[in-house]
Design a protein around this ligand. Sequence first.
Ligand code: HPA
Length: 278
Amino acid sequence: MTEFERASAAADLILSRTPLRPTIGVVLGSGLGAFADALSDAIAIPYSQIPHFPESTAIGHAGRLVIGRVAGVAIAAMQGRVHLYEGYSAGEVAFPIRVFERMGIQSVILTNAAGGINENYGQGALVLIRDHINLQGCNPLVGPNDERFGPRFPDMSFAYSKKLRHMAREEAGELGIAQHEGVYVGLLGPSYETPAEIRYLRTIGADLVGMSTIAEVIAARQMSMEVLAISCVTNMAAGILDLVLSHSEVMETGERVGEQFEALLRAIITRMCSPQAD
Ligand code: HPA
């Protein structure tokens, strides 16, 4: 079975469980999963029931796909994702994005927890990703290319939709949320970075550091999907403050800014589907 057939089979199972036809796919990162609990007309499918879907082992990831409505708009929201550091390949990490596309979804909103490298950010800041640097050492498109997904050599010049970032910035402004944008660098993990690595990453132009998102963006762009990505700065990166980093701090910050984050997501989704969205 090809990846295309596996993604189609997963999409068929999901769509057989709900009359809704989502137009937006959302991936909820560490500590940010609560957004999906507030959807209306919702059904939840554990990843274990979706054929070929990778299952998350990370703490703080519920591991289910919720299909429901936000302000009338049908969305599919992943509560948790898998990561390279769990031992999954980049292709497996990006598989749910393939499934979104096979479901007919053309826009994705990816969220993650990240360390803040840019000292203008504080803990709890929400930052729109403007561009990325892939230091994960892998790419989901390695291997034979299936042209049904898209080209062998997809362009990454405009990976993070300017239009969606503009909308998100305006909605953040309306909600009184500080408007930040930055460059995300993706590393393999799972150890956090050393202070020397953070100094290096700042030098090469990174504002945020994390262990996810990049493979998903690459697959989405190969399929011509539009991408909005938002990081929650759950901690300042190593060496900036005189502190140790911990996963519980990451989770606590995610939960602390949860309400603000959910309000922003709701506003962005409503705006994306309003008639004057273009
Ligand atoms: N580094 C890498 N990934 C992260 C961090 C960090 O400081 N915080 C949350 N995810």
